[in-house]
Design a protein around this ligand. Structure first.
Ligand SMILES: *Cc1c(COP(=O)(O)O)cnc(C)c1O
Length: 449
């Protein structure tokens, strides 16, 4: 079988995610035959370094032997069972492990099967908590400008990336949107922490004005990933935790993309030493193997639902595959690798190499900013470095970088004009330098005219 065979069959019957299908009249689909470590290989024998971890999910490479073994072992025992009224060892063990490794105070785990659903769970739980407490005026949520929380209607409403959201505006609940602490917006000479403090003024005012009608503030800690890998100082999270407590509003931390080591700590919230009221996890939870998501919350929230059945205060939410044993077994294997291989400490060296590999581009005429938080590095490609004038989105210059990278054994999939690396943690120094080289060439090609 060759690439072309599968491409033709695919285009007859598939509809791909986040894609204008007409693009594939000129942009060839790439059928992948197998993966190993950071490598993906297509049916024509071309290879690609998976620099975006297959949409931010893969942690320890494709076809990881240890995870494969855990999956095989579990599938011989139990593939799935209803989680209402029943339980199983993998889900109990995983819940114990998640409670142990997440910030102190997150004591109960509710499962779903994708990130958006984990957000829906947190939104419904927060709203329902206040309702169970007799606070029925609380129906609103506060979010940050440029945020992203998924595609289902509740999660989409809480995001602020207009490309995904605008079309569906009439269907969506209306959050109260506060300016982002995104450090790219800081003034010359201002530190990210100073900017975070300045941006927080709007949050404080909004909380003061609306606290009585708000269920929760929802944020992506430290990196707004889908919003263009925009990063901000942990100080914002400390200020937010304190203010949410003072105004009696929940804090929902969406760690779906940033969790599991991406920011340099196991969870981004650790860098501000905070415990949110809800933490949403997915993506890296199964190291890129299986769809699984978890929403963790506090004993305080859990207790507000715990009562006699007739009082109808229970959280009557479910998904068919809630707590799937295969997903849980893989998640346990993932957490075991973090521990056995001291991954967070080992990643420090890799993060340093990632930063160094692009440092020489700091003065590039078409790069306005190089930013890094842990294992995520992003280059902001602009028309004019001095004025930071962006390229018109219609020119799709990021796509030129994508095309060039494919011809050079790399899967780089820019977000608009932001080129970034978010690789599996098994990447080598040499491979990182290759990616940096390819990105540099791609930017030269994309900014040529
Ligand atoms: C990917 C993502 C989601 C949605 O997760 P899905 O599994 O794609 O539904 C939510 N929040 C953040 C921050 C994400 O990056």
């Amino acid at each position: 079988m060759r690439n072309q065979d599968l491409i033709e069959r695919d285009l007859r019957v598939l509809w791909h995610p986040c894609t204008q299908m007409k693009d594939h009249e000129t942009l060839p689909l790439i059928p992948i035959r197998r993966g190993e470590g950071v490598w993906l290989e297509d049916y024509d024998g071309n290879r690609y370094i998976d620099a975006v971890s297959s949409w931010w999910v893969n942690l320890f490479g494709h076809a990881n032997p240890r995870i494969n073994a855990a999956l095989k072992e579990q599938v011989e025992q139990l593939e799935h069972v209803i989680l209402a009224g029943f339980t199983h060892r993998p889900v109990v063990e995983l819940s114990e492990r998640l409670v142990a490794v997440t910030p102190p105070g997150l004591d109960h785990v509710f499962y779903a099967d994708n990130g958006s659903s984990a957000i829906e769970v947190a939104l419904k739980m927060s709203f329902h908590y206040w309702r169970n407490r007799g606070e029925t005026r609380r129906t609103r949520f506060i979010n940050l400008a440029n945020s992203y929380h998924g595609e289902t209607l509740g999660a989409l409403a809480l995001g602020d990336v207009s490309l995904y959201k605008e079309t569906y505006a009439a269907l969506l609940l209306k959050p109260i949107t506060v300016p982002s602490p995104d450090a790219y917006q800081r003034e010359v000479g201002e530190t990210p922490a100073e900017y975070a403090r300045r941006a927080f003024v709007a949050m404080e005012e909004t909380l003061a004005m609306h606290a009585g009608e708000v269920c929760a503030v929802v944020v992506e800690p430290l990196i707004q990933c889908a919003g263009g890998m925009r990063m901000y100082d942990p100080l914002y999270l400390s200020l937010l935790r304190e203010a949410c407590d003072r105004h009696h509003v929940h804090l929902i931390a969406d760690e779906i993309a940033v969790g599991f080591g991406r920011t340099g700590t196991l969870f981004a919230c650790e860098q501000a030493a905070i415990t949110p009221d809800f933490m949403c996890l997915s993506k890296g939870l199964t190291a890129g193997y299986l769809p699984l998501a978890a929403t963790l919350t506090t004993h305080e929230v859990y207790s507000a639902f715990y009562d006699d059945y007739e009082r109808l205060s229970a959280f009557l939410h479910s998904h068919s595959y809630t707590g799937n044993p295969l997903g849980c077994a893989v998640a346990l294997a993932t957490l075991a690798i973090f521990e056995q291989d001291d991954v967070i400490n080992q990643n420090r060296r890799l993060a340093q190499i990632m930063g160094q590999s692009v440092a020489h581009l700091a003065d590039h005429p078409h790069i306005a900013e190089i930013r890094q938080t842990g294992m995520v590095v992003a280059l902001e490609m602009v028309k004019n470095r001095t004025t930071r004038e962006a390229y018109p989105w219609q020119e799709r210059r990021g796509l030129r970088v994508y095309r060039h990278a494919l011809s050079r054994q790399a899967l780089l999939r820019p977000l608009g004009n932001v080129i970034y690396f978010m690789p599996p943690y098994v990447i080598t120094e040499e491979q990182i330098h290759h990616l940096a080289k390819v990105a540099e060439e791609g930017i030269a090609i994309a900014t040529r005219d």
